[in-house]
Design a binder for this molecule. Structure first.
Ligand SMILES: [Zn+2]
Length: 173
C-alpha cells in the first residue's frame, strides 16, 4: 500500500474504486511473469486515486483494460486487421468480442457479439495502453465513450477471462 493513503482512508468513493481494482486482481490471479506489471499497475492506480482529480468512476474499468493489455492482450488500434484501412478516419471501430478483434465499421467478423467504438473511445484505449494510471486524469470522457468502453471492456473480460462484476465482487461465469 501507499506511504500515506490519506484520501483512500477517508473518502469512501475513492476507497470503493480502489477495492474494485483490488478485487479484480484477486479474482484474476496473476502469473509469475505478469506479477511485476500487475503490482506496478495497482500501485499507480492507488496513487492516481490519491491525487486531486483521481476519483473518476471509470478508473476501475480502465484498470481492467490496462491489466489485460499488460498481460498480453494487445488489440491493434491503428488499422483494420481485415481490410487494412486506417482507423483514424472518423468512423471508429467495431470490437468483436469473440475474436477479441477491433475491425473497421465496414468489416464484419463472422458472428457473435460486437460493440461499436467511436473515435473518442478508440483514442482512450490507445491512451490507457500507452500511459500509466497516473496520467489517466487527463482523459475527460463523454457519456457516450463511457458507455462504449464499459460494454467493450467488460464484454471482453467476461468472454475471455470469464469474470463478471456481481453484487460487489467478481464471479467466474
Ligand atoms: Zn476493415
Amino acid at each position: 500500500m501507499l506511504r500515506s493513503p490519506r484520501r483512500l482512508r477517508t473518502d469512501l468513493h475513492r476507497l470503493g474504486l480502489a477495492v474494485n481494482c483490488q478485487k479484480f486482481l484477486e479474482a484474476m490471479g496473476v502469473s509469475l511473469e505478469g506479477a511485476q506489471a500487475a503490482y506496478t499497475l495497482f500501485e499507480e492506480a492507488l496513487e492516481a486515486l490519491e491525487a486531486d482529480k483521481g476519483a473518476d468512476a471509470m478508473l476501475p474499468l480502465l484498470f481492467r483494460a490496462r491489466f489485460a493489455f499488460d498481460q498480453g492482450y494487445r488489440p491493434e488500434t491503428g488499422f483494420c486487421l481485415q481490410c487494412g484501412c486506417e482507423m483514424d478516419s472518423g468512423q471508429g471501430a467495431v470490437f468483436h468480442v469473440q475474436e477479441g478483434l477491433l475491425l473497421c465499421g465496414n468489416c464484419a467478423a463472422p458472428s457473435g457479439p460486437m460493440f461499436r467504438l467511436g473515435n473518442e473511445s478508440l483514442d482512450a484505449l490507445r491512451f490507457v495502453q500507452e500511459y500509466s494510471p497516473l496520467h489517466w486524469e487527463a482523459l475527460s470522457l463523454s457519456e457516450r465513450a463511457r458507455r462504449e468502453l464499459t460494454r467493450a471492456v467488460d464484454g471482453f473480460i467476461q468472454f475471455h477471462i470469464g469474470l463478471t462484476w456481481d453484487k460487489g465482487m467478481f464471479r467466474r461465469v
